[in-house]
Design a protein around this ligand. Sequence first.
Ligand SMILES: [Zn+2]
Length: 76
Amino acid sequence: MTAKKKSAKLLKCPTCRMPVHTEDEDFPFCSDRCRKIDLGKWASGVYKISSPVLDPEVLEDLGGPGTTRGGSSDES
Ligand SMILES: [Zn+2]
């Protein structure tokens, strides 16, 4: 006898398909991480690919622009 009340509307996170509340802080994403991932996809044009890109390396790459890489600056 389980009667759930549909008080809060549930949508799915476009990044990881997790259920997200419309009243959530990071709506329509389940978390700030997924939001950044989604923005990163649009920015880099990865959204053309239908397959999801959820590699840890991608997450780190989108984590912050201030991350120091191997010092690969070719600018003279
Ligand atoms: Zn998500």
